[in-house]
Design a protein around this ligand. Structure first.
Ligand code: SDX
Length: 430
């Protein structure tokens, strides 16, 4: 990569020239890698709001324009024309597959959906009321105790096998976490089903009777998987990259990503959003909650609203809203009170100058919970479903980073405001 221009930083009578690079899309970047060695200063950017941590060719977001591209393809086109495993192939390998390549990929994933039978024992150690995300962090991390032939990150074949195993087995583990939490027996994957239908079967089938996934729900499930698959360098993806930079094995890195996703400011927002809609309960209480969201002294935030990058509509929320209308209408619950509250809350918030001024729009989590609840999932399964989908994004970014010749262990510095050197004081003198 060759510099396209130069930035000059001047301070304390010094002047430092820093190379700049121009991306194929998005803002130019200033390369500060040599800043500390040349000028003995750090940059300061808590939350990395203005920091490009890596090069990537996987996903591009334009927050001002509300654009989301996966390998150049707009998310709304992928959501309407593609299906999740094809999007997985695109994210992993960079191009849409031929029919033969897609069939081979789908076969490889399908034949890795079962987990080692001994992994069933892990679940018995958890309380039944454990949050499924707690179970997933534990069991996905434990995959590194079983799949020893795909731990060596320096072996291209092992990296490929680990990627397929994670995309194939994380849904199985998520479904097992759900079944365990409701006291029902685990349901094995069924190879004749597509990815989304198989996930619904593992969650909702019971041994006592045949299960047939509703094709409408399967399509909605597949679309939810597509919409959550990857999202540039978000908090959980950055966690996976940072864990991977130390050479940690892929299962440990993905377990770290699941742990980070759990937070209500990130992937946990879909659960928090539905719980908020239930707390609001009816449209006449919306003004009360809008006022609370605007009150600086009230920690309450409108869950499912706002985004670090999108200062316009989250394009995924637009697709999700359409899907919510379709699914609830087809299920005969179009007048779902939560959907009515969500639509009115969105309308009122978008007319309010606080939200307009701060550019707070509905994000991917605002409508997803309504669909998932209508499909029969408890709120505790919303973030695990996000994790099932985001596994392909995490593992695609993980593979990209490992192949980067510039890979270094991630090690940020700090603005230190603590005590300078002082001598120990004996307890008698304190
Ligand atoms: C995801 O990064 C990604 O790509 C994430 C994700 C992905 O696919 O990986 O898109 C998935 O995590 C979506 C976001 C889900 N989170 C929520 O819905 C939780 C509610 N939203 C917020 O907590 C917040 O909007 C964040 C965390 C999402 C973004 O916060 P920022 O960018 O750090 O912005 P901020 O917290 O500094 O807020 C800016 C201002 C503040 O007011 P001031 O201090 O400037 O006066 O906006 C206010 C905030 O108080 N604000 C909100 C608000 N979000 C921000 N006020 C009320 N309700 C909200 N939801």
């Amino acid at each position: 990569m060759q510099p396209t221009k130069t930035a000059t930083l001047s301070f304390d009578g010094k002047s430092i020239d820093l190379p700049m690079y121009s991306p194929t899309a998005g803002p130019d970047v200033i390369d500060i890698r040599k800043l500390y060695s040349q000028a003995d200063v750090f940059t300061y950017d808590p939350g990395f709001t203005s920091t490009a941590a890596c090069e990537s060719t996987i996903t591009f977001i334009d927050g001002d324009e509300g654009v989301l591209l996966h390998r150049g393809y707009p998310i709304d086109q992928l959501a309407s024309k593609s299906h999740f495993l094809e999007v997985c192939f695109l994210l992993l390998y960079g191009e849409l597959p031929s029919s033969a390549a897609l069939e081979d990929f789908e076969t490889r994933v399908t034949r890795h959906t079962m987990v080692h039978e001994q992994m069933h024992n892990f679940f018995r150690g958890f309380r039944r009321d454990a949050h499924p995300m707690a179970t997933m962090v534990g069991v996905v991390g434990a995959m590194s105790a079983f799949y020893h032939d795909s731990l060596d990150i320096n072996d291209t074949w092992q990296r490929e096998v680990a990627a397929i195993r994670l995309i194939a087995k994380v849904p199985t583990i998520a479904a097992m976490a759900y079944k365990y939490s409701i006291g029902q027996p685990f349901v094995y994957p069924r190879n004749e089903l597509d990815y989304a239908s198989n996930f619904l079967s593992m969650c909702f089938a019971v041994p006592a009777e045949p299960y047939y996934a509703n094709p409408i729900l399967a399509r909605a499930m597949d679309r939810i998987f597509i919409l959550h698959a990857d999202h540039e360098q978000n908090a959980s993806t950055s966690t996976v990259r940072l864990a991977s930079s130390s050479g940690a094995n892929p299962f440990a890195c993905i377990a770290a990503g699941i742990a980070c996703l759990w937070g209500p400011a990130h992937g946990g927002a879909n659960q928090a959003c539905l719980e908020m809609l239930k707390e609001i309960g009816s449209v006449d209480r919306i003004p009360e909650f809008i006022a609370r969201a605007k009150d600086k002294n009230d920690p309450f935030r409108l869950m499912g609203f706002g985004h670090r990058v999108y200062k316009n509509f989250d394009p995924r929320a637009t697709v999700m809203k359409q899907s919510a209308d379709e699914v609830l209408d087809l299920l005969g619950v179009a007048n779902n009170p939560l959907l009515q509250v969500a639509k009115e809350l969105e309308r009122v918030a978008l007319q309010d100058e606080y939200f307009a001024e701060k550019k707070l729009f509905p994000n991917v989590d605002f409508y997803s919970g309504i669909i998932l609840e209508a499909m029969g999932f408890p709120t505790s399964m919303f973030t695990p479903i996000f994790a099932v989908s985001r596994t392909v994004g995490w593992i695609s970014q993980w593979k990209e980073q490992i192949a980067d010749p510039n890979l270094k262990i991630g090690r940020p510095r700090q603005l230190y405001l603590g005590e300078t050197t002082r001598d120990y004081t004996d307890i008698e003198k304190r």
